[in-house]
Design a protein around this ligand. Sequence first.
Ligand code: DHB
Length: 293
Amino acid sequence: MRLGNPTMLASGILGLSAESLGNIVMAGAGAIVTKSVGLKPRNGYANPTIVQTSYGLINAMGLPNPGITEFVKEIHEAKSFGVPVIVSVYGFSAEEYATVAKKAVDAGADAVELNVSCPHVEETGSEIGQNPKILAEVVRKVKASVEKPVFVKLSPNVTNIAEIAEAAAKAGADALTAINTVKAMAIDTETTVPILSNKKGGLSGPAIKPVAVRCVYEIYERVKVPIIGCGGITNWRDAVEFLLAGATAVQIGTAIALKGPNVFKKIKRGINAYLRRKGFKSVNEIVGLSHCS
Ligand code: DHB
C-alpha cells in the first residue's frame, strides 16, 4: 500500500461515519482507519465511557458499531476521499473476524486492521491478542479469506510484545500496528467509585507514548514486517521518534480529540522540515535509524 504521507487516522476516533472520515482526509491524513466493526450491531456500554486525565484519555465504549452489513455504505462513501481506507475489524471467533474482514474487503476496504487488543470487552480484543496461538489462528483465517493487506493491532498489555508480534508475522500479518490502549482506570474521590461505567478502560494520549516507542523498538528488533506506530503522537517530534524506533508510518488518534484535525498538517510539515534539516531524502532513510547506534 502506498501512502501520500506517513500519517494515518488511528482507529476509534471519528471513524464511524464517512463524513467525519472526510474531514480527516481534508486535514491531511494519508490513510484512514475506521472504528472497529463486528458482525452484528452493538450498543456499547452506558455512560460515562470516557474520562480525561492529566496526560491522556481513558475510554471504555464497549465497541459500539452498527455491524458490518450496515457499515458497508460508509465504506463505499469513504472510498471517494482518495486515500486508502482501512477497516478495523473485531470478532468473537476466528471465523467471525474472517467473515467481517471479507465483507469489508468486498465493500472496497484497501486493508483490514484486526483489533486483537481492545483491553476490556470480554471474549474478543486482547483476550485474543494476548495469546500467540489464538492470535495466529485468527490471522491465518483472515488471510485465507481476503486478498488485501491484513494489519494486526497489538496490545501493550502483555509481558513480551515482540513474541506476540512474531506469532502474528509468522501467521501472515502484512503489517503490525503498535500499540492499542493501555489498560487503566480512574476513581472519583468525591463519590469514591470508578468513573467509567465499565470501571476499566484503555488509556491513550501522551502518557502512553514512551510505552509505545519501546514496543515499536522491541518489535523492530524481532520481526521484519512493516510496523505502524501508534500511541500518544501529538507533534512532529513524536512522529519522528516512532520512525527512528522502526515504524514506517504513524497513526494519530487522541491528539485529534485534544487539538483538532489540523495536527495532521502540522505533523506532516514538521517531519518534512526535519528530513530537510538533517539532509535525509525520504522517510525511509530514518526508519529504524535508532537501532544503528
Ligand atoms: C475500545 C476499543 C479499543 O480497542 C480500545 O483500545 C479502547 C476502547 C472500546 O470500544 O471500548
